[in-house]
Design a protein around this ligand. Structure first.
Ligand code: G6P
Length: 616
């Protein structure tokens, strides 16, 4: 987490950096700071606890216009509480250098103790300050350039970093580097930008370079970009063209990114299936499968690794792959997988799912799986991010930038890709007939319109209904089969943005514990489409009712049985069981959004969370 941005060029440095920080605020927002250097060699550092807006207020009466180069940071605290003094940029003791950092320096205590022994004093509790002091120490003691000092310091570091450093006396240079945390360099017309992702860069240039691990970038006014390794060897510069537009990064008339993203789903699902479900639904094929036929033919098991919402998509993927391809599937939290003793064979395919493509635990799980000989397939959203680059093959979900911290359109995009993945593999392995594939393929093409219909018919209804439930302190979300992961995801959405306790459970497990919680103050959200488990879940609905619990039920249009029992019914169109998670998750997204709004919460930037989790 944390977002970093840097700029060197003839534009207003402060304005470019602040705008960039706003774009990166989804990565963390407990404090923000900026370091500006003017052409007289004056280095000014301004920091403020809280969101970027606080930093802006703080800087209102400061001289920010004379800067010619600068770096900035928005923080998600790891070492040290959110506060002004722990905010980045950090500077070296003699005030010569300022540095911003995204990542974690794991051996910071050892390095800090050694520096203290050399007489260094520290202003903050952060691991980052250790790095800037170390760079300065090396620079002074070796009497070397900033670049050489950065190279040497980074060799000492264990952990993850994306950093940018400026030097007081060198207002024409930024040195930046990365390992395991993302960093993109934008090459503009007489200007350079750097940022944790491309969103702060896109309005200045579409030419970008994604830094690789242990590469250092030297951004110098009036000179071409240079990249070197930690060993000072020249590295290749591979310029890519951004496929991002500024309108994708704005709210487009919606009050929040989350609502915009919920309402974008008819379009994002269409983008996701474009070119993959073709010939009127007769053909469903992902290139990643087509290009790796042998791997998919010899596979004997899938292991899916992911975190958070992506892990819920993975659970749906398990049902899809088992049903359609008849192959065993294991789903693991990436954070557990990486520290367990995984048993992985070269006939396993490991599927890594990640919206951001940067989640540290998922990246680590990929490296372990690759090391054990598995073929690794990525499902990501952010083009050029680390996970697509680390995996052997994969598929982008193509839903556009997701800014709201609570994932919505990325979740449905992930589930859609997993559905197409299962169908592609089923076709290749002959576990489904062409007719069966065509039936689902055709239906996939109707999903965007169905989602549009749900948004039209249920938005207002959910908005009104949410008023009744705004002050409930606990919720239970129940589902069976494909609807079980949907229940988990619905509960997570509510927790994330409204801070209300919500538990997702397989409905049949309710009687083994959670049923004890049910009373008139604990509503249950029950996902009960007409599928092969419908009769079973009707029993669970009755069990909740018998204990006085109120029920919000997501049901298939025309359902009159559950409608009789439930307090509120949200009807969705009938679809095949395998496609139901995309359909049933839409009302749950709306429920969490409106409850959070009624409670006055910041849905786009909920407390303590960040969108891209680049630390363990
Ligand atoms: C964070 C986000 C979640 C996301 C999870 C995994 O916790 O707030 O929305 O599901 O990370 O992120 P990924 O980018 O790997 O899907």
């Amino acid at each position: 987490m944390c977002g970093i941005v840097g700029y060197i060029g003839s534009g207003n440095v402060y304005d470019v950096l602040i705008k960039g920080l706003h774009r990166l605020e989804y990565r963390g927002y407990d404090s923000a700071g900026i370091a500006l250097v003017d052409d007289k060699g004056k280095l000014s550092v301004f920091k403020a606890k809280g969101k970027v807006a606080n930093l802006e207020s703080y800087c209102e009466d400061k001289n920010t216009d004379s800067a010619v180069v600068g770096i900035a940071h928005t923080r998600w605290a790891t070492h040290g509480e959110p506060s002004d003094h722990n905010a980045h940029p950090h500077y070296s003791e003699d005030g010569n250098l300022a540095l911003v950092h995204n990542g974690t320096i794991e051996n910071y205590q050892i390095l800090k103790d050694a520096l203290i022994q050399q007489g260094c004093t520290f202003q903050s509790e952060t691991d980052t300050e250790v790095l800037v002091q170390l760079i300065e120490y090396i620079k002074v003691h070796n009497n070397c350039s900033l670049l050489d000092a950065v190279r040497e310091a980074l060799k000492e570091v264990v952990g993850a970093y994306a950093i940018a450093v400026v030097e007081k006396d060198k207002p024409d240079t930024i040195i930046a580097a990365r390992k395991s945390s993302p960093l993109v360099i934008g090459i503009g017309d007489g200007e350079f930008l750097l940022a944790s992702d491309a969103t702060p860069i896109v309005e200045y240039t579409k030419d970008v370079v994604y830094l690789k691990d242990e590469e250092i970038a030297i951004l110098q006014r009036g000179k071409p970009l240079q990249l070197v390794t930690l060993e000072n060897e020249k590295a290749k510069i591979d310029v890519k063209t951004l496929q991002l537009s500024i309108s994708q990064l704005e709210k487009g008339g919606y009050p929040h990114f989350m609502l915009k993203e919920i309402f974008e789903q008819p379009k994002t699902l269409l983008d996701c299936i474009r070119g993959r479900v073709v010939d009127g639904g007769k053909q469903v094929m992902l290139n990643g499968v087509l290009d790796n036929k042998e791997q998919f033919l010899k596979a004997r098991r899938f292991v899916i690794v992911a975190c958070g919402t992506s892990w819920h998509a993975a659970l749906i993927g398990k049902y899809l792959l088992q049903d359609m391809c008849h192959i065993p599937v294991a789903v693991e939290y990436a954070s557990e997988f990486r520290y367990s003793k995984p048993v992985i064979y070269d006939t396993d395919i490991v599927i890594a799912i990640s919206q951001s493509g940067e989640t540290a635990d998922t990246l680590a799980a990929i490296k372990i799986a690759k090391g054990m000989g598995a073929f690794v397939y990525g499902v990501s959203n952010v083009v050029g991010s680390s996970i697509p680059r680390e995996t052997d093959s994969g598929t982008y979900i193509h839903v556009g930038p997701e800014i709201g911290v609570a994932s919505t359109k990325a979740f449905t995009g992930q589930v859609m890709v997993l559905t197409m993945l299962a169908l592609s593999i089923a076709q290749l392995r002959g576990t489904m007939t062409p007719h069966q594939i065509e039936e689902i393929g055709k239906e996939i093409l109707t999903i965007p319109d169905k989602v549009e219909g749900i948004l039209k018919s249920l938005n207002e209804k959910v908005k009104q209904m949410s008023l009744i439930y705004t002050y409930a302190r606990n919720f239970l979300y129940l589902g069976r089969g494909y609807s079980y992961p949907v229940a988990l995801e619905g509960a997570l959405k509510l927790k994330e943005i409204s801070y209300v306790h919500a538990e997702g459970y397989p409905a049949a497990e309710m009687k083994h514990g959670p049923i004890a919680l049910i009373d008139e103050e604990m509503p249950s959200v029950i996902i009960a489409p007409k599928d092969h488990l419908y009769d079973k879940i009707v029993n669970n609905v009755q069990q909740v009712k018998a204990r006085g619990g109120s029920i919000i039920a997501v049901v298939t249009e025309g359902d009159d049985l559950i409608s009789e029992i439930a307090d509120h019914v949200l009807e969705v169109p009938k679809v095949s069981e395998c496609l139901s998670p995309i359909i049933t998750s839409i009302p749950l997204q709306l429920i969490s959004y409106y409850i959070a709004i009624n409670k006055g919460k910041n849905v786009d930037m909920p407390r303590n969370l960040a969108k891209s989790v680049t630390v363990e």
